[in-house]
Design a protein. Structure first.
Lengths: 318, 339
């Protein structure tokens, strides 16, 4: 198992390099001239000045040289600077990432517990009340767009009822756990509902499949209690495909919370991504894209490890 | 009473129907059969005739949309000498679970899918034993080892911690048999145990089952559509068609004196070695009717060469043509009618 994990980790290195190359190359193709964002209009008039600045920044170096310089900087922790306001990207990431993680992790835990739990229960009691209500909820949760649901929540609970804050991560001047929690409720709820719906449907269907399989009949023929049949023989087998879905939600929670973060004014990575794309802030785009790509790699690594842990055919097949 | 104790399983008028689209479709109708202790009863018939449904109804391993009813399903335990009314038990209640695995073991058709892919085979075999005896895992492992040896699984000490995917089909079926056998049950129900295996392995598995029956005095219900297997294995034979028992009798009764037209047709359609050149294998004309469309009277009427008008009027009773040999056909209405 350890060598399996080691091998999967080593495989990530060339993947990351390839992705960084594509990200770097792709943005070069976009033909953004960073100089035009950096210099004042009167300086732009002088072609000489511009050329001098280019030379100084290394923008005239061959493509490959520029790429390796960038990677070298990344590895030494120098993520570069935003060309819009000159702040260090490392700094942006450091302040923004925890906010995104906080939201993502809480939503992930809540939605997996609720979604998988209800999904499994509805499979066991197929066509029962939980199954029926769960199915209606799952269709609603999947079909209502997140931003719309978020806006509705804000309308109802923040504006009409005034129970919860409208946006932000903390109130100005306030601190403490209570304040953080009230700010979390609505964005977490919005993220959880959508994810819950997916997990619920998925775990219900895989569990139903598993419960129809022959080895469940074998388990029952041994005379073991039904809960053991469900948990020991059903659940573990049903979880393999569900975990794949779950892990690939990780990067979506980090990079894809763009909508949620803008609806709730949440100071995370998602809103930075939108801002930098709109303003052509390419060093920031490169770093954030790379981060999302890295998150996807980590997710697929987790999928591999967890599947191997759950399924001996994967573990021993290697 | 003593006479009754000979029958380890006694099923009277078992019927099973499935509810599908709010319609109730009768799959098994008034099946009565008895399993004599220490013998093999073969249940034969073409695919879809209700063989599997019958035995699954007996042990109550049925999906939720199934409705099972019976006059009685009695299991007579040799261990405590008691009679158990299976038909009165909750399908997944404690009483039924205590019998399942402990007194009635099951072997299923496809060993490839009958084992849970994520657990070691040894643990899967031990699971039932631990459940029924409460013994420790180490003790159970020892018994599993003994069982593996007895069933001819080579190198049991290391194979016991292998996973199902590391076994061949025949070896997997031995593991499934080990699961059925581990608690030393009286009855083994084998639902087409060799259909998914290739021919040489089939012979090995059947020999194994035969030896279990002879040496350990097990009673076996063997479901199959392979007449060759029946001839080798069975003491008594139950021929089913469209959810009904058409003929029931000893091996000799069925093979040497097949009485029901369906049994006769079935035996004619079995390929035998030394078929004369140009001799055609018998076939049964017509197709199997849809169980939802069956009218009154004999289920085989549409395909029967001896069919008369009276065959289609009402349910055909069973006639006892010789002691223990029952036929459900009006050709034999001169014999004693039994219910």
């Amino acid at each position: 198992m350890l060598s399996f994990i080691g091998k999967k980790l080593l495989q990530m290195i060339p993947m990351l390099l390839l992705i960084s190359f594509i990200v770097f190359g792709g943005l070069q193709l976009m033909d953004i001239d960073p100089i035009s964002y950096m210099v004042t209009p009167d300086m732009a008039a002088s072609a000489e000045n511009q050329e001098a600045l280019r030379e100084q920044l290394g923008l005239n170096d061959p493509f490959v040289v520029r790429y390796f310089n960038w990677v070298k900087d990344l590895l030494t922790g120098n993520f570069g600077y935003s060309i819009i306001n000159g702040t260090s990207i490392a700094n942006i990431v450091r302040t923004r990432l925890p906010a995104t993680f906080e939201l993502a992790i809480i939503a992930l835990i809540l939605s997996s517990v609720i979604g998988i739990g209800i999904g499994i229960l509805s499979a066991i009691r197929q066509n029962g009340i939980i199954d029926y209500v769960g199915r209606v909820f799952a269709v609603l949760g999947q079909s209502i767009p997140q931003f719309f649901f978020g806006i509705c929540m804000v309308q109802i609970f923040a504006i009409k009822l005034g129970w919860l804050p409208v946006n932000g991560r903390t109130s100005p001047g306030a601190s403490g756990l209570g304040d953080a929690i009230v700010h979390l409720v609505l964005p977490v709820l919005t993220m959880t509902v959508a994810m819950c719906a997916v997990l619920m449907r998925y775990s219900r269907n895989t569990m139903l499949d598993v419960l129809n399989s022959d080895y469940i009949k074998t388990a029952r023929s041994k005379g073991i209690p039904e809960w053991k049949v469900y948990i020991k023989h059903g659940f573990r087998n049903a979880m393999r495909p569900v975990l794949v879905i779950l892990c690939f939600r990780l990067p979506m929670l980090i990079g894809g919370s763009v909508v949620i973060e803008s609806v709730f004014g949440w100071p995370g990575i998602g809103s930075i991504i939108t801002q930098s794309v709109v303003s052509g802030d390419y060093p920031v785009i490169m770093v954030t894209t790379l981060m999302v790509a890295a998150a996807i790699l980590v997710a697929s690594f987790l999928v591999d490890v967890l599947t191997a842990a759950l399924d001996p055919r994967v573990r021993l097949g290697e | 009473m003593n006479n009754n104790m000979d029958y380890v399983l006694d099923v009277k008028n078992l019927s099973t129907s499935f509810i599908s689209d709010r319609k109730e479709i009768r799959i098994v109708k008034n099946v009565s059969l008895r399993l004599r202790r220490g013998t093999t009863l073969a249940v034969v018939g073409e695919s879809g005739c209700g063989k599997s449904v019958t035995v699954h109804s007996i042990v109550k391993l049925m999906p939720k949309n199934a409705k099972v009813s019976a006059d009685h399903v009695i299991y007579r335990s040799a261990k405590d000498g008691k009679e158990y009314r299976l038909d009165q038990m909750e399908p997944f209640g404690t009483e039924m679970r205590k019998l399942r695995g402990a007194e009635i073991g099951m072997v299923f058709q496809d060993p490839m899918s009958s084992l849970n892919p994520v657990y070691k085979v040894g643990d899967q075999v031990a699971e039932g034993l631990i459940q029924h005896t409460g013994m420790s895992k180490a003790e159970a492992q020892k018994q599993v080892l003994d069982m593996f040896r007895k069933l001819g699984i080579p190198d049991p000490e290391s194979r016991i911690s292998d996973f199902p995917h590391q076994f061949s089909g025949g070896m997997k079926q031995r593991v499934v048999i080990a699961i059925a056998m581990i608690c030393n049950p009286d009855i083994i129900i084998a639902d087409e145990p060799t259909t998914a295996l290739d021919v040489t392995i089939q012979a090995q598995i059947m020999e194994l089952m035969k030896s279990l029956q002879v040496n350990d005095h097990k009673s076996i219900i063997l479901i199959t559509h392979n007449m060759g297997l029946v001839a080798e294995m069975a003491d008594e034979v139950c021929v089913m068609y469209m959810g009904r028992v058409m003929e029931f009798g000893s091996l000799e009764d069925i093979f040497e004196n097949p009485s029901h037209p369906y049994t006769q047709a079935l035996l004619r359609s079995v390929p035998v070695l030394g078929l004369a050149e140009g001799q055609e294998l018998g076939t049964i004309p017509g197709i199997t009717p849809n169980p939802a469309d069956l009218g009154p009277g004999c289920e085989f009427a549409d395909r029967c060469p001896f069919c008369q008008d009276r065959c289609r009027q009402k349910d055909i009773p069973r006639f006892e043509v010789s002691p223990g040999h029952y036929v459900r056909c009006l050709k034999f209405d001169s014999f004693q009618e039994v219910d």
